[in-house]
Each structure stands twice: as C-alpha cells, then as structure tokens.
Design a binder for this molecule. Structure first.
Ligand SMILES: Nc1ncnc2c1ncn2[C@@H]1O[C@H](COP(=O)(O)OP(=O)(O)O)[C@@H](O)[C@H]1O
Ligand SMILES: [Mg+2]
Length: 281
C-alpha cells in the first residue's frame, strides 16, 4: 500500500495550480464540442522527434464519435507518445490535432484538454488508498478543488446520482465505503476508470487497461468498454490480442511512429506487412 499523507495535503488533480478560468473554459468547451462530421478526434501528419529520433512520423488517425478503437503495435511503436500528443503532454513538431471540429489541441494546456472532455487512464492505478471508494470518486468529480475542500463541500443531488451510476457501472457499489487501498489490483483499475467517468469525458484514452488483470477482470473490462462505447469514444492501447479481438470493431496498427494498417482485427492480422512486423521480432 502506498503512503499518501503528504499527497493528501496537496491540491489534487491540479498540475497547473488551477484556475477558475480553466474550469470555465472546460465547461463551455464541453457544451460546444462540435462533432458535426462524426469525427471526435482528428490527427493529421503528426510528427514528434526526441533529439532527432522520430517517435511519430506523419501519423494520421481519425476517431469517430462513439467508436471503440484499439491501437496495437510492437514496443516502441509510438503508442504512448500518441496519447501524450492528444493530452497535450508532448507537443508535436508539426501536424494537426483537433478535438471535434474546433478545438485545436496544440493551443490548449493539459488541464484545458482534460476539462474539455478528454480523459486518460495510465497503466498504474493512482487512487488515494487511504480514502474510500466513494471519496475517490467524489474527489475526481471535483477535480478543481483541493482534497479537503472537496470533501467538505456538499455534493449536489445530481453529482451524487452520477457517482451512484458510476459505482454501479464499475461494480463497486458494495465496496463504496472500503478504503481504496484494500481493493484488488483489478478493482483499483475499475475505480480509476470510474474516476474518469464521473468527469463525463467524451473521449477516453486507456493505456494497457488489462495488464495484470485476472481472466474474470479482463472479461468484465471488455464488457465495460463495450457498454461505454456509443456514449463515449474510446481509444485503447493493448497487447492482449484476445482482449482486442473481444472488443474492437476497428484496429489501428502502429509501427515506427506510423499507422501501418487499419481495419478489423482479422483484416490487420492478415496484412502481410503487419505479419512481418510482428513475426520479425
Ligand atoms: N521523452 C522521450 N525522450 C526520448 N525518447 C522517447 C521519449 N518518449 C518516447 N521515446 C521513444 O519514442 C519511441 C516510442 O515510444 P512509446 O511511444 O513509448 O512507444 P510504445 O508506447 O508504442 O511502446 C521509443 O523508441 C521511445 O524510446
Ligand atoms: Mg507504451
């Protein structure tokens, strides 16, 4: 169990030192998300170099509204860098990155991007172990406040309803009062997905969500993602091909920073170049 006391005293989820302005912008960005062409994410000719090493090369990728897209590819293909570009953590050298039709991701801060409706789940769960499941969700919902201010502030009926709904979705209703530190690895992952869901993101980015999960947890994750698609758009990076096969209608294969192939899992698995990349290793 991780020691958290010092963390709990810091303003949580607020890397920028918050600003009410940023929060206000988030709210309007969300209402105003323009997806009239059915595309929630547009990446065109994205290039990212690290000291001359080209991690992403002319990468072009579109995610449709409500789509569940899987991104596969060998280690070092650029999958995590791709998510870093979408969330504003890494700035591309060139290319176009839009959320909806009008939000230019390259002109937004990481905080603004998150508040506009792009949620990201990292591999390692980062829940507050000493706090209960419910409190973790409560905090995530009020991500603009410090931990103590959040816990003191009263939840509106609507906020409570949303938390209840999410608790049911992630199947942690019975554990709502348990300290998060007592949950299994898989349950912590579900809690973290719940912490994204209470913020009602339109686009969810998930990096290797089933790593370290039991078969039953993996199966539930597949069900969960399929149920979230439609309402949300999802981009899932995953190595577990069984899992990918069970959820994805559409797969993009990344190789050396470029999209090598796209299609159903069967289609990309039959692609000569993809076979070469995977078997060549
Ligand atoms: N901050 C960085 N500085 C230098 N090289 C990096 C950095 N981030 C990623 N890379 C390199 O870019 C390539 C793509 O990495 P990454 O996006 O993590 O791949 P993947 O997630 O597909 O395994 C790798 O060769 C990696 O070493
Ligand atoms: Mg990675």
């Amino acid at each position: 169990m991780r020691a958290v006391p010092h963390l709990m005293l810091e303003p949580a989820f607020d890397p920028s030192g918050t600003s009410r302005d940023a929060v206000g912008l988030g709210a309007s960005a969300r209402e105003g998300l323009d997806v009239r062409h059915g595309t929630i994410l547009t990446l065109e000719d994205i290039n990212v170099s690290f000291d001359g090493f080209r991690a992403l090369r002319d990468l072009t990728l579109y995610i449709g509204v409500g789509e569940l897209r899987c991104i596969i590819g060998p280690n070092g293909a650029g999958k995590t860098t791709l998510m870093d570009v979408i969330t504003g953590k890494t700035r591309p050298d060139s290319g176009k990155a839009y959320f909806g039709e009008t939000y230019d991701l390259q002109r937004m801060s990481e905080v603004q991007i998150a508040q506009a409706g792009i949620g990201r789940k990292f591999q390692k769960p980062t829940v507050f172990e000493a706090l209960s499941v419910f409190e973790n969700l409560e905090l995530a919902q009020k991500a603009d406040k410090s931990v103590w201010a959040s816990l003191r502030a009263k939840l509106s009926g609507e906020q409570k309803d949303r938390i209840e709904e999410v608790l049911a979705t992630i199947r942690l209703g019975e554990s709502r009062r348990r300290p998060a530190g007592l949950l299994s690895h898989g349950q912590k992952q579900f809690l973290e997905i719940g912490m994204l869901l209470v913020q009602e993101p339109q686009l969810l980015l998930l990096d290797e969500p089933v790593a370290g999960m039991t078969d039953a947890e993996t199966e539930f994750t597949a069900e969960l993602f399929k149920s979230l698609a439609g309402q949300h758009s999802l981009m899932v990076v995953e190595h577990d091909m069984g899992f990918v096969g069970s959820i994805a209608d559409h797969v993009s294969v990344l190789h050396q920073g470029h999209v090598l192939a796209e299609g159903s899992l069967e289609e990309v698995q039959a692609n000569e170049q993809v076979i070469e990349v995977y078997l060549g290793r």
